[in-house]
Design a binder for this molecule. Structure first.
Ligand code: AMP
Length: 216
């Protein structure tokens, strides 16, 4: 089963992706994670992507095309994959169809996490990450016992560079402008499930599982 998960920053793509890959044994392909790893490693892709990412702008489609082709050439995607944060533009969606056609694959379902912007602003600007164990906190909803310190491993928490209000506003504008046409593109193929992402984690995941019934 090959899936896409689409949602604005903070809609819960990361949480739902973890649940999906563990429950359905899918390979997680997150362009955001791949780009952050490239920036950290200082690769040519990372150097190109960094300036766009810091501003909250989309990285050019050519850069994304190359990392996707490279990722899909690895054998582990053959048992099913979950794309997270990709495609983000109509151009990327059309490009993905062409790439998948060439390798005899297709997208079975698109999960669209629906949620309004006001809720996302709280989720994102409040987000704090543990750089050591990966635990995620939120100063509004899930604050650590001691401010700025990971409950699990005691490391100092960090805020992602692009998790500030200025950058988020750009990312939300980008999202609405570019990703809405992507949703419409897949709606035309009748493979989109719209999920209410304002619910609790369990409820959202139950709705997703119901949407995937019959596919696996
Ligand atoms: P994410 O972790 O998915 O929110 O992505 C973080 C940042 O990486 C975005 O704000 C973009 O700058 C960049 N990015 C991730 N995926 C894509 C994509 N498919 N197309 C263009 N830029 C992307």
């Amino acid at each position: 089963m090959n899936l896409l998960i689409i949602g604005a920053p903070g809609a819960g793509k990361g949480t739902m992706s973890d649940l999906l890959i563990n429950n359905f044994h899918l390979v997680h392909v997150s362009t955001g994670d791949m780009l952050r790893a490239a920036v950290k490693a200082g690769t040519p892709v990372g150097l190109k992507a960094q300036e766009y990412m810091n501003k909250g702008a989309l990285v050019p489609d050519e850069v994304i095309h190359d990392i996707i082709v490279e990722r899909l050439s690895q054998d582990d995607v053959n048992d099913g994959f979950l794309f997270d944060g990709y495609p983000r533009t109509l151009n990327q969606a059309e490009d993905l169809d062409a790439i998948l056609k060439q390798i005899g694959k297709k997208i079975d379902r698109v999960i669209n996490l629906d949620i309004e912007d006001e809720e996302l602003i709280k989720r994102i600007t409040g987000r704090r990450l543990c750089p050591t164990c990966g635990e995620i906190f939120n100063i509004y909803y899930k604050a650590p016992a001691k401010e700025g310190v990971c409950d699990k491993c005691g490391a100092d928490l960090i805020q992602r560079k692009d998790d500030n209000l200025e950058s988020l506003t750009v990312r939300l504008e980008e999202y609405h402008k570019n990703t809405q046409p992507v949703i419409e593109y897949y709606e035309a193929a009748d493979i989109v499930s719209h999920i209410n992402a304002k619910q609790g984690v369990n409820e959202v995941f139950e709705d997703i599982k119901a949407a995937l019934e019959g596919l696996c």
